[in-house]
Design a binder for this molecule. Sequence first.
Ligand SMILES: Cc1cc2nc3c(=O)[nH]c(=O)nc-3n(C[C@H](O)[C@H](O)[C@H](O)COP(=O)(O)OP(=O)(O)OC[C@H]3O[C@@H](n4cnc5c(N)ncnc54)[C@H](O)[C@@H]3O)c2cc1C
Length: 332
Amino acid sequence: MPEPDTTVHDVVIVGAGPAGLTAGLYASRGRLDTVILERNMAGGQIALTELVENYPGFPEGISGFDLSEKMKEQAKEFGADLREIQAVTGLERDPEAGCWTVITDQGPVRARSVILAPGREPRRSGIPGEAEFIGRGVSWCATCDGALYRGRTVAVVGGGDAAVEEGMFLTKFADKVYLVHRRDELRAQPIAQERCFANDKFELVWDSVPRRIDGDQMVEALEVENVKTGEMRSLPVNGVFMYIGQIPNTDWLKGVVELDESGYIVTDQLLRTSQAGVYACGDAHLNQLKQIVIATGEGALAAVQTEKYLDELACALPGAENAAGGSAAASA
Ligand SMILES: Cc1cc2nc3c(=O)[nH]c(=O)nc-3n(C[C@H](O)[C@H](O)[C@H](O)COP(=O)(O)OP(=O)(O)OC[C@H]3O[C@@H](n4cnc5c(N)ncnc54)[C@H](O)[C@@H]3O)c2cc1C
């Protein structure tokens, strides 16, 4: 357990994915006393992505891990205090001190403003066998676990970009990849679809949904149902990779900031949440496109808006002329 943190920081950022790391870069470069709290290792979803081909500046593509490492180094370079393996569990306003208390599994961290960037995590299907076989054939991360399936057969469930791209990655190892999709056409981008259709390691299982994962010690089969005919089919597989959507990591924010019915954080165009001094950015926020380029853009905007908010707050305080030049000064 680290020493208690008694400082009131300028800003605490929750989450160190592309959104949080970019917010951290802009906030610390703007000379804000910036703490980034991350429950795992920094990087977010892209750290587990094999290849990113659509982030500008990398015409050959870049591994998700390398890109996230670069973002992390850049944020730290300007002074952001990145604290990994520290999970945030709550957020409370302290009206007397005029600041926010970010509750974590290692004690509270206080700040005059907060940027929420907790991103999303894979949706569970809830079918029998899914929970039982986690780590024994059920996975949500082809990049992490794909090499375990060299020469074997796997099923990928889903029809969006993540399913097709991760399925493509699995074809490097597996002899055969069933792509199980509940419709009769994919939702993935055309370029990903073309690659998938051209790869003879794929077998597309259309109009089908997973019903049960079977096995003894390890996964041995995935039972799927054809939603048009009702016919059941048992796919002989050693691994099942689920890409059936994502849910925002916002349970701990219920009743604190406004969320929509799916749990996404509601903001205005300037990324202000329903609470003054609390901003949100990236995949956990209600936006139209869940991509790195959007997450980083929003991270930058959230940090700049936070800076303005703190400047205005400083102007409203007694002794404003002292605080305006260095916002951290007002926080002690
Ligand atoms: C398989 C896959 C492939 C993808 N490929 C691409 C691609 O090629 N190009 C592209 O542009 N996009 C891609 N994406 C989408 C992209 O990864 C996301 O849009 C982007 O990562 C969103 O960034 P974020 O910072 O908002 O959230 P995330 O990346 O989800 O990061 C959020 C971070 O917050 C942390 N966190 C959550 N809750 C807490 C808490 N309570 N306390 C502390 N920390 C917390 C998480 O651990 C995580 O590190 C892909 C996504 C997936 C799943």
